[in-house]
Write a protein that binds this ligand. Structure first.
Ligand code: SF4
Ligand code: SF4
Length: 155
């Protein structure tokens, strides 16, 4: 029969870690009573600039979780000058992101060719109902206010 390992050295090592931790400054804070300022480039929530979106669908097609839902239609617009060509513009009807599915990979923000998606560090949008985590385009537009200014370019 194999000898039973002596548990005492392991227990002493464990207790020494406990004692050391008791007298060191905690690395966590007592949220929500205490709130830490997130890093400006933290991936909190995605903001949408509806005016910049051309309904190209690239973000929705690139999303690994299929959690971006877009619908749009085309509208004809008057030519810019008499005799000119009638222009067609895509209008956004629906743009939803389901944060119950999103894994915050950032691919949608990276692939958007028209700079219509931005990361905001805002993180306080937890909900009691999972369905409430579906943010519609109006709400995604509102997040735009919380997007920090882009850092200055290096000279
Ligand atoms: S961050 Fe990733 S998972 Fe979330 S919506 Fe964008 S592409 Fe999809
Ligand atoms: S990739 Fe950009 S422009 Fe295209 S649908 Fe998505 S947000 Fe709109």
């Amino acid at each position: 029969m194999a000898d039973t390992p002596n548990p005492i050295p392991g227990m002493i090592r464990g207790m020494s870690v406990t004692w050391k931790t008791l007298f060191t400054k905690p690395v966590t804070v007592n949220y929500p009573k205490v709130k830490e300022e997130p890093h400006p480039r933290a991936r909190g929530v995605i903001a949408l600039d509806q005016d910049a979106c051309t309904v190209c669908m690239l973000c929705a097609r690139s999303c690994p979780d299929w959690c971006i839902y877009i619908e749009g239609h085309k509208e004809e617009q008057e030519p810019s000058k008499p005799g000119g060509r009638v222009r067609v513009r895509a209008e956004l009807d629906r743009f939803d992101i389901d944060y119950a599915l999103c894994m915050y990979c950032g691919i949608c923000v990276e692939v958007c060719p028209f700079d219509a998606l931005f990361w905001s560090p805002e993180y306080e949008y937890g909900e009691q109902e999972m369905g409430e985590l579906l943010h519609r385009k109006e709400k995604l537009q509102d997040w735009l206010e919380t997007v920090p200014d882009a850092p200055a370019l290096e000279s």
